[in-house]
Each structure stands twice: as C-alpha cells, then as structure tokens.
Write a protein that binds this ligand. Structure first.
Ligand code: HEC
Length: 163
C-alpha cells in the first residue's frame, strides 16, 4: 500500500481552501466558517449508527443520485431530501479512521475534518441556490459538491485496509 505524504496532502488542502476563500467575500466567509476543532469532537457531534464506513458511503451515493434526479426533474423537494441525508449523516459503527492503515491515519483525520466542512458549506450553497429558479446555477452548485467527493476519493477511496 502506498504511504500518503501528510505534508503534500496538507499543502494541497490549504491551497484549495485559499482558492475557495478568494471566491467568497468576507461576510460569506464568516457565515460559512464553523469547522470542528478536532476529529473526536466531529465524531461526537453526529448520531451513532450500525453502518460500516462503506455502507455510509453507499448512502451518500444514493443521496447524490437523488439530488441529480431532482435537478433533472426540477424537483426541489427531492434535492432537499438528498442534501439533508448527507448533511445530517450519522457516524459509522467503527471509528472512521480505523479503515486506514496506522501510518496514514493522521492524514485521513485531517481529510475528515476538512471535507466535513467543505460538504457542509457546499450544501449551504446549494440550498441558497434553490431559493432561485436558476437551474443552471443549481446544477453548478451540485457539481461543486461532487468535486469534493471526488477529490477525497482520489486520495483515499482505494487506499483503505480493504484494498
Ligand atoms: C473524507 C473522504 C471522503 C469524502 C468527503 C467522501 N468519500 Fe466516499 N469514500 C471514501 C472512502 C475512503 C471510500 C472507500 C470506502 C471503503 O471501501 O471501505 C469511499 C467510497 C465511496 C463509494 C463507494 C462505496 C462502495 O460500495 O464501494 C461511494 C458511492 C461514495 N464513496 C460516495 C460519496 C459521495 C457521494 C460523497 C460526497 C457527497 C463522498 N463519497 C464523499 C471517502 C470519502
């Protein structure tokens, strides 16, 4: 299994955060900024479940499909249901970082904190866009959400202990 370089990961996370910040004005940034301090606090803040990490991800996949269906059908209720399922997701039965090798756990914890905040902010943006009937804008915001999923997957999806 390849060892993920924590320094490179952090640099890429920080530079993509800065890019995102440039696009926001100051007021938006303050509204959006309420990350968890550490990963233990993050896990404690969510409901427990009997799901494995993989099953939780399958639930994310179904929620994302619903969101896309809602966009194509211009059905805001379906979109909201999918968004809420991701936004209020529970924690898996095991500690999420237990799916990653010991060497890479600290880097994965950093990703969990970072992406939790990103997904949450993307969902706020989609909900904001749903106040309009600009379906091109809504679709763009939904696409932005999927980019977060994909960028975490590029680092981690095939680097779990199951692989
Ligand atoms: C913190 C990183 C991270 C984020 C963010 C993330 N995923 Fe995942 N995802 C993973 C990992 C790790 C796996 C592999 C899990 C495994 O194989 O046990 C995975 C696997 C998946 C799978 C495949 C499940 C299977 O049956 O093999 C789907 C579907 C999925 N994620 C959907 C999503 C969607 C949709 C989002 C965004 C809304 C998302 N994920 C965000 C880390 C992440």
């Amino acid at each position: 299994m390849k060892k993920i370089n924590l320094k490179i990961l952090l640099i890429s996370l920080i530079s993509s955060t800065q890019l995102n910040c440039v696009q926001l004005n100051q007021a938006d940034f303050l509204v959006h900024y309420h990350p968890h301090k550490n990963v233990q606090e993050l896990v404690k803040s969510k409901e427990k479940s009997d799901l494995s990490y993989k099953e939780l991800m399958q639930q994310f996949g179904r929620a994302y499909s619903m969101i896309q269906k809602g966009v194509i059908e211009q059905d805001k209720v379906t979109i909201e249901i999918g968004l809420d399922s991701i936004d209020t997701h529970p924690v898996p039965k095991e500690k999420p970082w237990s799916i990653i090798s010991k060497d890479n756990q600290e880097a994965f914890k950093a990703s969990l904190l970072y992406y939790d905040n990103q997904l949450h902010n993307n969902i706020i943006d989609i909900k904001e866009s749903l106040k309009t009937n600009n379906w091109i804008l809504i679709n763009q915001k939904v696409f932005d959400l999927s980019n977060q999923c994909i960028s975490c997957h590029m680092t981690w999806k095939d680097n779990t202990l199951n692989n």
